[in-house]
Design a protein around this ligand. Structure first.
Ligand SMILES: Cc1cc2nc3c(=O)[nH]c(=O)nc-3n(C[C@H](O)[C@H](O)[C@H](O)COP(=O)(O)O)c2cc1C
Length: 195
């Protein structure tokens, strides 16, 4: 590994962080990241402050056909947890959610029992999620962090193999090439956030 960085002036990084913007899943096109790039972005995602070195998170990757297979799980989960009377048109729409981007990564918060508080472990998983956003952008891809209804569906969680009540979907990341440059959204006035 190259020399570690504890602090280094980086106008490029500051500029990126000042202007970064999500790309809506519906504005994502091919190409998506290669296997090597996915591995690189997940390695960076996992490189987070982590009390107890627990890595209290893991990832599931959906590409190609696997996105359509996930669609069947979404269809089932929608009927079970959202609306047992949903129309076929609605079910079709819900089953196509993972098709919006070339690569979909589900990040799971998986806190471990022990002396490190669960809250800290959940925050750590959130930090890994934001690292994933930054890494995807740095590799030239657009990304959007969504949860939508299915992240809170017990049926979808169990169909993905999430364990017990403490494992939760922290985010579903839609990754691909931005079809168009994103527009700015309203940003908070930092003076309102310093209390
Ligand atoms: C945990 C989490 C869950 C989110 N879930 C959704 C969602 O379900 N739907 C949505 O429209 N945006 C959701 N967002 C917001 C999107 O990521 C959105 O693209 C983002 O806020 C845009 O801001 P940015 O350009 O600063 O990234 C979520 C954000 C976070 C952190």
């Amino acid at each position: 590994m190259s020399e570690l960085i504890a602090g280094v002036k980086s106008p490029e990084l500051l500029d990126y962080l000042s202007r970064r913007r999500s790309v809506m899943a519906r504005n994502m096109i091919e190409p998506g990241p290669s296997q090597g790039e996915i591995e690189q972005m997940l390695t960076i995602a996992a490189r987070v402050p982590d009390h107890g070195k627990l890595s209290p998170f893991y990832f599931k990757i959906f590409q190609g056909e696997d996105r359509a297979k996930a669609g069947e799980l979404l269809r089932h989960a929608y009927l079970k947890d959202e609306d047992p009377n949903a129309s076929e048109a609605k079910l079709q729409l819900e089953s196509e959610r993972f098709m919006r981007a070339p690569t979909v990564i589900v990040a799971v918060s998986a806190p471990k029992l022990g002396k490190i508080p669960e809250w800290e472990q959940v925050l750590c998983a959130g930090a890994a999620c934001q690292n994933l956003v930054i890494a995807a952008n740095a590799l030239g891809y657009g990304i959007q962090w969504l949860t939508e209804w299915y992240s809170f569906s017990p049926d979808f969680a169990s169909s993905l193999g999430l364990m017990g009540d403490n494992e939760k979907i922290a985010g579903v990341f839609y990754i691909g090439t931005a079809a168009e440059p994103p527009q700015e959204r309203a940003r908070p006035d930092i003076n309102d956030l310093i209390k």
